[in-house]
Design a protein around this ligand. Structure first.
Ligand code: GDP
Length: 427
């Protein structure tokens, strides 16, 4: 496989290899590279016997062209030299690090390895190094105005003085750190595990109570119904408490949902148990009182979960926020879920912050009950506004428990932090 003029070098290496088990790859390379580079054989001009006819108009015959072409010979020689070098290196460095050997030998291979050397760095990062990429990232995440600066600053502090890894660039290091921080924000330490908590409540012979709150039209009732469906699919019986006694049609909307859900999971599929029921007392009544009655009813009936729908209210509406704080204080639900739509981006963040503040302001309790988790709806309708998810969890520290991704009962997901961060970084 190598040209005959390499036979001597190859023999020499083979002999060395068979005599000395520990011949190093470097020595092997030196053997090859120290051996004289083959020179293309000179084609001796044979003196023509007698007089040859002259060739005019630069015409060269095929046979003459072949003898005059040295290029293929030289190229194949060099290729074979490299093949031998590579094979011998691999052979001798099974135990050693092949790559290290190559790097040690880079001086010899000059240009080719200087490229590798350029990528290997041991530089400590300074704030100045990161300034331009951090500015770019701040601009990129500018719609998360409240947090993008803080986030970038914390990444800079974290990375300052860090030694750049092999093959890393400042830009890739900063981006990776930012990406990790975003994922960390979206995965708060406190996880809400509803199924586990419902089972705990079952052991205590009481229903697990979830209250839903948020402004009008964000998808409270629809996503309450989706969560109901998910619970029933997990074989838990549910009582829906119609505590939106304010908006016309709110009770009927829930009635329709409970009928449909009951039809999807009829009692005969669940050992005769009625899996979904509605607790309704019409309009204009005290919502906190209806919720309390519903919870007591569920306890008596041995139902597993109570889902409390509440009237939509603007975060600035004092009296209505007071009524919600009362409902929560009186009933002490296990979970208070804030329903916000991803569609409105930062507006949803504002709603959530003000809901929390109002609940704290209007609570009579020493330690007010605030929002425990978030349901982010209409996720299917957004493209670049996924940042609302990050802002909401960053600002409140509360997890996104569910993501609504459509209008059917199946369109409910857990938050995929990595997918959101991926979308954020490329948006
Ligand atoms: P509520 O006033 O907060 O109870 O809101 P509704 O539950 O009545 O929902 C308002 C509208 O939003 C309805 O048309 C729902 O079908 C729609 N909706 C709710 N959740 C989602 C979702 O995740 N994706 C989409 N595309 N639409 C949704």
């Amino acid at each position: 496989m190598w040209p005959t003029h390499w036979a001597a070098e190859v023999d020499c290496i083979n002999a060395a290899l068979s005599n000395r088990q520990n011949i190093s790859s470097i020595e092997c390379c030196v053997l090859i590279f120290n051996s004289k580079s083959p020179k293309p054989k000179k084609i001796k001009d044979k003196k023509p016997k007698g007089k040859e006819p002259r060739t005019w108009k630069f015409q060269v015959s095929a046979a003459e062209a072949k003898t005059l072409d040295y290029s293929s010979q030289i190229i194949s020689t060099n290729n074979n030299a490299f093949v031998i070098l590579y094979q011998k290196l691999r052979l001798q460095t099974q135990k050693n690090n092949f790559f290290n050997s190559i790097l040690l030998f880079r001086g010899r291979l000059g240009g080719m390895f200087s490229m590798l050397r350029g990528l290997v760095s041991s530089k400590s990062l300074t704030r100045e190094d990161m300034e331009s990429i951090l500015e770019k990232m701040k601009d990129h995440l500018n719609w998360m105005s409240q947090i993008s600066s803080q986030l970038c600053d914390s990444v800079a502090v974290k990375l300052e003085g860090k030694v750049l890894g092999t093959f890393s660039t400042v830009s890739s290091t900063v981006k990776q750190a930012l990406q990790d921080s975003l994922v960390q924000i979206l995965q708060p330490k406190r996880r809400v595990d509803i199924l586990r908590d419902v089972m705990e409540a079952q052991k205590q012979c009481r229903p697990f109570v979830i209250t839903f709150c948020g402004v009008n039209g964000v998808g409270k009732s629809t996503n309450l119904a989706k969560i109901c469906f998910w619970l029933v699919e997990n074989d838990f019986s549910v009582l829906v408490a119609a505590c939106d006694t304010f908006r016309a049609g709110a009770v009927e909307q829930l009635r329709t949902h409970t009928r449909r859900l009951s039809a999807l999971h009829p009692p005969d599929q669940h050992g005769g148990r009625n899996m979904v029921q509605l607790y309704e007392r019409g309009y204009g009544k005290d919502a906190a009182g209806i919720a309390l009655e519903a919870i007591n009813f569920a306890r008596e009936q041995g139902l597993d979960v109570v889902l409390v729908d509440t009237a939509g209210r603007m975060q600035d509406n004092g009296p209505l926020m007071g009524a919600l704080a009362k409902l929560i204080a009186v009933n002490m639900p296990d979970l208070v879920l804030f329903v916000g739509e991803a569609l409105v981006g930062n507006e949803a963040v504002d709603q959530l912050v003000k809901f929390n503040k109002s609940l704290a302001d209007h609570s009579q309790l020493q330690k007010p009950r605030l929002i425990d988790g978030i349901v982010l709806t209409k996720f299917d309708t957004i493209d670049d506004k996924v940042g609302a998810a990050v802002s909401m969890t960053y600002i409140t520290g509360q997890p996104i428990v569910f993501v609504g991704t459509g209008q059917t009962y199946h369109d409910l997901r857990n938050l995929n932090a990595r997918a959101i961060v991926h979308a954020l970084m490329k948006a």
